[in-house]
Design a protein around this ligand. Structure first.
Ligand code: HEC
Length: 201
């Protein structure tokens, strides 16, 4: 009886100690991700960025086909954000695009986004190709970022004025975005990044 009792006490003390230990380690490093979590967020981010891109560009291209570039610009203005919003809701994430040269003022980078954009830019200057990444922002938020590049069809709205970008079409852009900075791009050029924030429970 006595030994069983002692054992029970030791067991209790031991598990309390373990509990304290794990509580300690979690409070000391609340923000770190395991390798598996890191991989999962990277995969989920890439999947969401691809899905958002497919949704945006698919609709954009059909808008250009049905109504021409000015119609598509208008469409972009009114429909692009809600579309990404609904994906955000479905995946309990905040999906957006940002850049060092924005068209839509709502896409202006936040501080942490600006840091990543600048490091992407430094990598490019150094001749490296930026890659998607996952970053812990705080206890509750994990960020995913991935670079965005220009393709040929993008130049219709972001290209060089009077060359790939038609001046009349650009007038339509300026009407909606008087402070636009997002022109002058060439095919393959780095444009900005996907920014996806995941919320941990
Ligand atoms: C029909 C015109 C049009 C085409 C084509 C187009 N865009 Fe845009 N783009 C816009 C407009 C308008 C906005 C601002 C609205 C918004 O935030 O979605 C924008 C915003 C963006 C943004 C968000 C950052 C910012 O500057 O506000 C990125 C990134 C972007 N475009 C990349 C691309 C890429 C990559 C392509 C080609 C796959 C592309 N765009 C094709 C019109 C266009």
């Amino acid at each position: 009886m006595a030994t069983a009792h002692t054992f029970k006490l030791w067991f209790l003390a031991g598990s309390t100690f373990l509990l304290l230990l794990s509580a300690c380690t979690t409070t000391q490093t609340p923000a770190e991700l395991s390798e598996k979590e890191q991989k999962d967020y990277l995969q989920k981010g890439q999947m969401l960025a691809q899905q958002s891109f497919a949704a945006l560009s698919g609709r954009l291209m059909s808008a250009i086909e049905t109504g021409g570039v000015p119609h598509a610009i208008q469409y972009c203005h009114t429909a692009a954000l809600p579309l990404v919003d609904s994906l955000s809701k479905a995946y309990k994430a905040n999906i957006r695009r940002t850049s060092l040269k924005v068209r839509n003022p709502q896409d202006t980078p936040l501080d942490w986004e600006k840091n990543i954009l600048q490091s992407y830019q430094q990598e490019l200057t150094a001749g490296k190709r930026p890659t998607p990444l996952v970053k812990v922002l705080d206890k509750k938020r994990i960020a995913f970022a991935a670079p965005i590049y220009m393709a040929q069809p993008c130049l219709k709205c972001h290209g060089k004025l009077g060359e790939t970008l038609n001046e009349q079409h650009y007038a339509a852009v300026k009407k909606l975005y008087p402070a636009d900075q997002a022109i002058g791009y060439v095919d393959g050029e780095w444009r900005g990044m996907w920014s996806i924030t995941f919320f941990r429970k």
